[in-house]
Design a protein around this ligand. Structure first.
Ligand SMILES: Nc1ncnc2c1ncn2[C@@H]1O[C@H](COP(=O)(O)OP(=O)(O)OP(=O)(O)O)[C@@H](O)[C@H]1O
Length: 706
């Protein structure tokens, strides 16, 4: 029997299937089966379009045309259309080398995505020239909206829309609906289709099931490295660590690891295993749950998705200890810290005492609080002596033994004050849990524990999570040191003796999220601050326009510029306005900017980390810190005009200043790397902070007209 080719499909192809009558879908299925047997059928049936991005082949299916490419063992189906005209001249050229795009996307670590043989798209020009909105080729009618399964509540707004711009910025309508209608009205350009993820079509009958609504999605095709790490070393003796830069698929691999773990446990006779998956924010919990449902089907019920803090809460509740103190995340702990500095009697003579008090005051509340929370509480240091000897790795401000003794005294007084008020911080709550756990206790309630984004977890929290896992080799951890917002700098085995990864650490290199232009611009910004370079040179799958950096004098100009940018970017990338996000330094800046954008006629909402709802229509305005782990097609870093940024105590020492700036630079880097297709950073005119400097014109467009 002849060999079968592996089939991959793009979302654009699936969108088109939904438009076709069922009978035609069967015909398409037959054609796809034919390609599965032989992607180069009889010469007359197919053509290669060598001047089209991706150099696809084209084959007829009744009145329609299917665009596809193939290489080695893989056939990738891009999209369909029903036109007869040819924008690109066709060439029958079976001897021409097929496109390298498919393989590059599948295995960029070993391929060379950037030097694809396809004609290169001039993204910057495409971005500039998006001026006129296209009229819709057919009117939006109730009948059409019903056919496209658009809920009635949105009909009234949509029925008034006449052109593509208004469609993609129609307020109050969810993005996926706008994209569905846009997809019905216009053919997606090939250069955008190529950048869509590859999905696996393991059974051609699934096309019919998808058309009938019995199957909702197809799974992502992982790269060979991702696939390997998803089930790598499961028979080993200890835990596995996956590292990698932003967007390399660490969270994706973690989800597939869960599937491998479930399969292994069930194959070993455990019909109903329990797996814990912890992630960073509530918004990530919701999206991970959805992905797990797709990936695991009915088996998703065996996986609990939670934040580390909610597991800590559960742990304390089981011991009736959860309500001993009220969590206080506002200003009160910092106020009590200032009070503690004033109340403590330091060692030595009066002059020495004054010197100690001064150094603590000079540190500033935030720095001292971080010292206490990250260096003492999170590391579960048992006493002053331990703190005096501790390495404090990750902190640039040196503290001698006398100064550390002073910090310890303030810490002890602060603890008393917090207790008196009946309040605690999250770090203190984690410490209580870790202490209750004791060194020996193993909770062993989950057959496997998968911890995503571990670089930002306190060691105390990690200890509790590790203790919940029944076997060390069923622990799986992902981390990225450069994205660490808090820069805690601990070694894994210091956290828990089970966290020894000898020979079980791997690194993902290919960035699937951001375009090469965004990734390289963010890297150049990071290295301008002399921060650790990436462990390996990152590789990119996609290309796009050069990111922009612009100066503005006032928040109203900022909102005008953002409005123009978002309209331009969403139009040229053919994305709804809801795919734009503004990442701000703090809540006040975010709220002010959301109002300013609304005043410009754009729908925009500020959302705090807790109330983040990514399905909400309109522009999402969030803080840089709560953007961790998320991604948006179009991103602006803004809001620096209306706020004092960054806050550095006037008399901070050089080391302290350097450390604060390094932390903030990493935070801005995390923000930049949330962008998938387009990125802009807005800098206040006359800003003196080095953080808003370092936009190398080689990577950043500083002059393009917006
Ligand atoms: N093999 C792949 N093919 C196509 N898309 C992929 C692939 N792997 C990951 N992606 C996509 O890339 C994006 C980034 O993936 P993911 O969030 O898993 O990366 P990450 O390393 O956890 O990112 P970060 O640490 O920056 O939050 C997601 O949209 C994901 O669906």
């Amino acid at each position: 029997m002849s060999k079968k080719w592996e089939l991959l499909i793009k979302p654009a192809f699936l969108d088109y299937l939904l438009k076709l009558p069922s009978k035609e879908v069967k015909q398409v299925r037959d054609k796809v089966e034919m390609l599965e047997q032989n992607p180069l059928p009889d010469g007359k049936l197919k053509k290669q379009l060598i001047y089209m991005p991706g150099r696809p082949y084209r084959i007829r299916s009744g009145d329609y045309r299917i665009f596809y490419t193939f290489q080695q063992d893989v056939v990738c189906i891009y999209k369909m259309d029903d036109r007869d005209d040819d924008t690109y001249s066709d060439t029958v050229a079976p001897e021409a080398p097929p496109s390298s795009d498919v393989l590059a996307a599948l295995d960029v670590e070993h391929g060379d995505a950037a030097s694809s043989s396809s004609p290169r798209v001039d993204w910057d020009h495409a971005f500039d020239s998006a001026i006129n909105s296209k009229p819709l080729p057919e009117p939006i009618t109730v009948e059409l909206l019903t056919r496209l399964r658009v809920p009635e509540q949105y009909h009234a707004r949509l029925l008034r829309v006449r052109d593509q711009d208004r469609l993609l910025s129609c307020p109050g309508v969810p993005d996926e609906i706008l994209l569905r209608i846009d997809g019905h009205m216009f053919d997606p350009p090939m250069e955008q289709v190529i950048q869509q993820p590859n999905l696996v079509l393991s059974d051609t009958e699934d096309l019919l099931r998808y058309k009938e609504g019995e199957l909702l999605t197809f799974l992502l095709k992982l790269s060979p490295d991702q696939e390997r790490y998803a089930s790598w070393s499961m028979g080993g003796t200890g835990p596995t660590l996956v590292k990698g830069g932003p967007g390399t698929g660490k969270s994706t691999v973690a989800l597939y690891r869960i599937r491998s773990l479930l399969n292994q446990l069930q194959a070993n006779g455990q019909a109903q295993p329990r797996i814990l998956f912890t992630t960073y924010t509530n918004a990530l919990i919701r999206s991970s749950q959805q992905l797990l449902k797709q990936l695991l089907g009915p088996n998703h019920i065996y996986v609990e998705v939670a934040t580390a803090d909610s597991i800590i809460h559960k742990f304390l509740r089981a011991r009736r200890q959860e309500n001993l103190y009220q969590i206080e995340s506002g200003d009160q702990p910092k106020k009590l810290l200032t009070r503690a500095i004033g109340e403590v009697t330091f060692n030595g003579n009066q002059l020495q005492q004054q010197a100690q008090q001064q150094i603590l005051q000079r540190m500033g509340g935030d720095y001292l609080m971080e010292e206490i929370e990250k260096m003492i509480i999170a590391r579960q240091l048992g006493g002053k002596e331990e703190y005096v000897k501790a390495s404090r790795s990750g902190r640039k401000l040196r503290l001698n033994a006398t100064q550390r003794t002073a910090v310890w005294k303030v810490y002890e007084r602060w603890l008393e004050l917090m207790k008196e008020q009946g309040i605690e911080t999250f770090a203190l709550r984690r410490l209580r849990a870790a202490r209750l756990l004791g060194p020996q206790v193993a909770l062993q309630q989950y057959d496997a524990v998968v911890i995503d984004e571990a670089q930002d977890l306190d060691p105390t929290a990690l200890r509790v999570l590790v203790a919940y896992c029944k076997a060390p080799n069923r622990l799986f951890i992902t981390a990225d040191a450069n994205q660490s917002i808090y820069g805690s700098g601990f070694s894994w085995s210091e956290v828990h003796e089970s966290l020894r990864f000898q020979g079980r650490t791997c690194i993902l290199k290919a960035n699937y999220r951001s375009t090469a232009e965004i990734g390289e611009a963010a890297q150049s910004y990071l290295s301008h601050g002399a921060l650790e370079p990436e462990v390996t040179e990152p590789q990119y799958i996609n290309n796009g326009p050069t990111p922009d950096a612009r100066m503005v004098a006032h928040i109203s100009h900022e909102a005008q510029l953002l409005t123009a940018y978002f309209k331009q970017a969403s139009r040229s990338l053919r994305l709804p306005i809801g795919s734009c996000a503004v990442l701000c330094p703090n809540e006040n800046a975010g709220r002010a900017l959301a109002i300013a954008l609304e005043n410009q006629g754009l729908e925009a909402t500020y959302m705090s980390g807790r109330e983040l709802d990514l399905s909400r229509p309109g522009i999402k305005v969030i803080t840089l810190k709560s953007s961790k782990g998320l991604e948006f097609p179009i991103v602006a870093l803004a809001g620096f005009t209306s706020t004092n940024y960054p806050i550095i105590p006037a008399d901070a020492s050089d080391e302290q200043r350097a450390e604060l700036l390094a932390g903030e630079r990493r935070t801005l880097f995390v923000g930049m790397t949330r962008a998938m297709r387009a990125l802009i950073v807005i800098i206040p005119q006359g800003a003196t902070t080095p953080l808003l400097d370092g936009f190398d014109p080689k990577y950043w467009n500083l002059t393009r007209k917006i």
